[in-house]
Design a protein around this ligand. Structure first.
Ligand code: ADP
Ligand code: MG
Length: 320
């Protein structure tokens, strides 16, 4: 069986902690900071996105009274739209703002250059603020990436986040191949492209937007910290949502395949030797036949050897 030789990783699914936190709010109109946060959080309450939880949590920490949104709409890979207290509000990335004709006079390049995610907030298509969210790189990520690379894996990072943000994260991690502002269909396409170049592709992701790519990959790896759809689409779920788990999963699967081959040997060798002896191949030369009791013992030994060998898997060291 061919081994996986490329891995496509969603930025939030593996690489970062996946628990984004609101770090600052830029005010871009004469609406107070808390009011921008309150409106945004009222909408984000209806979203399942990890970025949404960061906004809601920040509003709750400040004790802001949230209201219920109407006409809620999630725009995959871009953001959300809804009405709050009769006001039409948009929250999302630059693409979403552009598509709705929202003028971005002053961007948030500085925050993005620190690897932060920026979500713009517009009320009646007028920009009122930007929410800056940070999601630190997981402590285990650099070592896990190094281990994957040293095994010759081609690593590609994908993210729906902006280009400047992706660039910083990729640089910090030494990832040379990455693509930003990707929509779910594009994630799927990238996995397909690699496969059409003859690569065996693993894909690691956590979001609803990763599900098609997870299903397409030769091995789909979902993070246990992510969405249910991702876990349902993937063959493997890493409970702790940690890339180190991927290195361990790979080691374990290699050891398991080795063990299966050894077990096939144990399962067949007793029969391959026993059946001809019982049939009398050695009888003309040595007068040797297999007694039924010994044959029965050999059958049991075959099973015992297989089980004993399989149990050795408990002892393999998976740590990096
Ligand atoms: P990723 O591939 O990194 O998991 P997504 O495709 O889910 O990212 O999202 C891409 C971008 O769309 C985010 O960086 C954010 O700017 C915007 N976005 C997505 N969902 C939301 C949301 N619920 N609220 C605000 N912005 C969002
Ligand atoms: Mg994601």
């Amino acid at each position: 069986m061919e081994k996986i030789d490329a891995i496509v990783i969603d930025k939030t699914g593996t690489l970062t902690e996946g628990k984004p936190k609101l770090v600052s709010i830029s005010i871009l109109a004469d609406l107070p900071e808390n009011e921008v946060l309150r409106l945004a959080a009222s909408i984000e309450r209806a979203s399942e996105h990890p970025l949404a939880s960061a906004v809601v949590k920040a509003a709750e920490e400040r004790g802001l009274p949230l209201s219920s949104p109407t006409n809620f709409q999630a725009i995959t890979g871009k953001g959300v739209a809804a009405s709050v207290e009769g006001r039409e509000v948009l929250i999302g990335n630059l693409q979403l703002m552009r598509e709705h004709g929202v003028d971005i006079v002053r961007g948030s390049g500085a925050a993005q250059k620190q690897g932060k995610t920026v979500m713009y907030v517009a009320v009646y298509k007028q920009l009122v603020g930007a929410l800056v969210v940070g999601d630190p790189i997981k402590a285990s990520t650099p070592a896990a990436l190094a281990a994957l690379k040293s095994e010759g894996l081609h690593v590609v990072m994908l993210t729906g986040d902006s280009r400047p943000t992706a660039e910083v994260i990729a640089q910090q991690l030494g990832i040379t191949e990455y693509e930003a502002e990707v929509l779910p269909e594009r994630k799927l396409e990238i996995v397909r492209d690699l496969q059409s170049k003859g690569r065996r592709v693993a894909m690691a992701g956590d979001g609803i937007n990763d599900a098609p790519a997870l299903a397409q990959a030769d091995v789909g790896i979902a993070m246990g910290t992510g969405t249910d759809v991702a876990m349902e689409s993937a063959g493997i779920t890493l409970l702790k949502g940690d890339l180190g788990g991927l290195v361990r999963a790979r080691k374990l699967s290699e050891a398991t395949m080795r063990n299966i081959r050894q077990n096939l040997f144990f399962a067949f060798i007793y029969n391959a030797l026993g059946v001809p002896i019982a049939a009398g191949v050695l009888y003309p030369f040595f007068g040797l036949l297999l007694q039924p009791t010994i044959a029965a013992a050999a059958m049991s030994f075959s099973s015992v050897s297989v089980i004993a060998n399989a149990l050795r898997l408990r002892n393999i060291k998976l740590d990096m």
